[in-house]
Design a protein around this ligand. Structure first.
Ligand code: UT7
Length: 327
């Protein structure tokens, strides 16, 4: 009998401060109407100085562990998908390990932008299939507000901060994670990037003057590639599980743009209630977006045993992927 990986607990945590579209109208040349109609976003959460990435991650994790009934001392591995760590070293995962007191857990961050949670879930799936007794904490956590140029209206209205987490453990039952599908195309990296503050373009006045410490995005190119990749990885996951789109009970997509979600829903012929949407409340929280959505769906009672769930993501790199599971 093979082991399968199941999600036994989910949690999310948002910073205190809410910034509405109206708040942004007062700061930059934009309108609530433009942001809502082009993206579906109404507000986003922005972390304060006392709410670094690891703080959000720890709090989301505590909620997920409480639901799973798992103590920190039982955790074997902590994986954090993020592109906005507290610092280059140590990883957010090590800071979370320390704060939780998860003494026996290994800990590492992974860099797969908005697909980070699904990449992490895929790795957790492999650990647990290999050893069904393992308990893995997978987190997506971001403080993107520190990496957007608040003078650039084409990007700053889109992003938000937050964290989501899930506890993964083993089962001998025929449910849980059924298939994982990970992809990337590094040749298109320039469409969505933060060029500076790494080792290629370290902190110099020149780099700061160019604004390379901030997210740069060619919105239309990202949009075009996102809809194409998300549709193709959805079809790939459906085929791998011999599902049709009709079989799906819930599609949890990375929340980047309402129009992307609408496009997918139409292409797949899915009913409105089968596509989870919360972009209006949080904006694009990158790696945190799917685990926040998963937790919200879970706590709202939208996930029942036996339901067929597909999670899909797309982000900078480009990276994209899907995880299909039976709840
Ligand atoms: O998480 C990773 C995945 N990320 C994504 O999937 C993002 C994908 N891209 C998008 O969601 C969309 O491309 C955006 C929402 C970023 C932009 O929407 P768009 O329909 O592609 O708009 P655009 O960039 O073509 O800009 C249209 C107009 C421009 O004005 P002109 O040149 O037509 O006069 C912009 O200057 O809208 C203007 N504009 C704004 N106006 C008011 C751009 N940003 C704003 C703004 N407020 N915040």
């Amino acid at each position: 009998m093979t082991n399968r990986a199941v999600i036994t607990g989910t949690g999310a945590f948002l910073p205190r401060k809410v910034v509405t579209n109206r708040d942004l109208e007062a700061e930059i040349d934009t309108t609530d109407e433009w942001i809502r109609t082009r993206t579906g976003i109404r507000q986003r959460y922005i972390a304060g100085d006392d709410e670094p990435n690891s703080y959000l991650a720890v709090n989301a994790s505590r909620r997920a562990m409480e639901m799973a009934g798992v103590n920190p001392s039982e955790l074997d591995m902590i994986i954090v998908g993020t592109l906005t760590p507290d610092m280059p070293m140590p990883s957010v995962a090590c800071l979370v390990q320390k704060e939780l007191g998860a003494k026996k857990a290994g800990a590492f961050d992974l860099s797969a932008t908005c697909s980070g949670f699904l990449y992490g879930l895929s790795i957790a799936d492999k650990f647990v299939r290999d050893n069904g007794r393992m308990k893995v904490l997978v987190i997506g956590s971001e403080v993107l507000s520190r990496r957007v140029n608040w003078q650039d209206r084409t990007t700053c209205v889109l992003f938000g901060d937050g964290a989501g987490a899930a506890v993964i453990t083993g089962t001998r039952e025929k449910r849980g994670i059924l298939s994982t599908h990970l992809h990337a195309d590094g040749s298109l990296w320039e469409f969505l990037a933060i060029r500076g503050l790494g080792t290629a373009q370290p902190v110099t006045q020149d780099v700061l003057d160019k604004g390379w410490q901030y997210i740069e995005m060619s919105g239309r190119d990202v949009f075009k590639n996102a809809v194409r990749a998300l549709e193709s990885v959805t079809l790939e996951a459906l085929e791998a599980n011999h599902w049709t789109a009709d079989d799906l009970d819930l599609l949890i997509c990375h929340q980047a743009n309402m129009r992307i979600l609408d496009h997918l829903r139409e292409r797949l012929g899915l009913a409105q209630e089968k596509v989870f949407i919360n972009i209006d409340k949080y904006g694009n929280t990158s790696a945190a977006s799917i685990p926040i959505a998963l937790d919200e769906a879970n706590r709202a009672g939208m996930l029942n045993p036996g339901m067929k769930v597909l999670m899909i993501a797309f982000g900078g790199g480009f990276t994209w992927g899907a995880v299909a599971l039976e709840w």
